[in-house]
Design a protein around this ligand. Structure first.
Ligand code: 5GP
Length: 201
């Protein structure tokens, strides 16, 4: 059944936890869900495509978007800007499509203030050592950048209590199943079933 309004879903988790893989798998098995392609000033990694993984822009363009109030939220993360286009997600939500934001904790806090009905999910690896192993295995960042990302992860973990759900990405299929369960529970909320309820009034 088509929803009147889409569900905004915020997914955060440290760089290297495997969010992209989990998201790809989730999107492979769900319909009516849109991935918000963020804007960033960071350089594309090998295999990343402009307009698919991110919209890659220069700093001046990002700062223009901030000044023009075109972003729902933005943050600076390991010396680069990352932000969410407001218009793109509003159009989808109004069309009844769920929207997933893959954003870090400062951005998530801004979304929490502006969109209290959003679902906030934090995804962690099974251990800190495993996070380090995954960042090294990815083989895309220098040792300095990896160290910065691990330090950042420790700061991010402190924000977990302000999220609604904690998903553990030991196996991708397990993490996806947990997210599916969260989304199903949200769909069953009374406030999300108002249109069905009307006939019982
Ligand atoms: P990466 O460089 O590894 O792709 O992403 C670094 C961090 O930026 C990740 O934690 C990711 O969730 C976050 N991120 C990606 N897009 C956005 C965005 O639009 N806004 C914010 N606040 N964070 C983002």
């Amino acid at each position: 059944m088509k929803k009147e309004k889409g569900q905004l879903i915020v997914l955060s988790g440290p760089s290297g936890v495997g969010k992209s893989t989990v998201i790809a798998e989730l999107f492979g098995q769900r319909e009516n869900i849109y991935f918000s392609v963020s804007y960033t000033t960071r350089q594309p990694r090998v295999g990343e495509q402009d307009g698919v993984n991110y919209n890659f822009v220069v700093r001046e363009e990002f700062e223009r978007m901030i000044a023009a109030d075109e972003l729902l939220e933005y943050a600076e993360y390991v010396n680069n800007y990352y932000g969410t286009s407001l218009k793109a997600i509003q159009d989808k939500l109004n069309a009844g499509v769920d929207v997933l934001l893959d954003i870090e904790v400062q951005g998530a806090a801004k979304v929490r203030a502006r969109c209290p009905d959003a679902l906030f999910i934090f995804i962690i690896p099974p251990s800190f050592e495993e996070l380090s192993r995954r960042l090294h295995r990815r083989n895309t960042d220098s040792e300095d950048v990896i160290a910065g990302r691990l330090e950042k992860a420790k700061i991010e973990f402190k924000e977990i209590p302000s999220y609604d759900y904690l998903v553990i990405n030991d196996k991708v299929s397990g993490a996806v199943a947990e997210i599916e369960a969260i989304l199903k529970a949200a769909e069953c909320r009374v406030e999300n079933r108002k249109s069905i309820l009307a006939q019982f009034a």
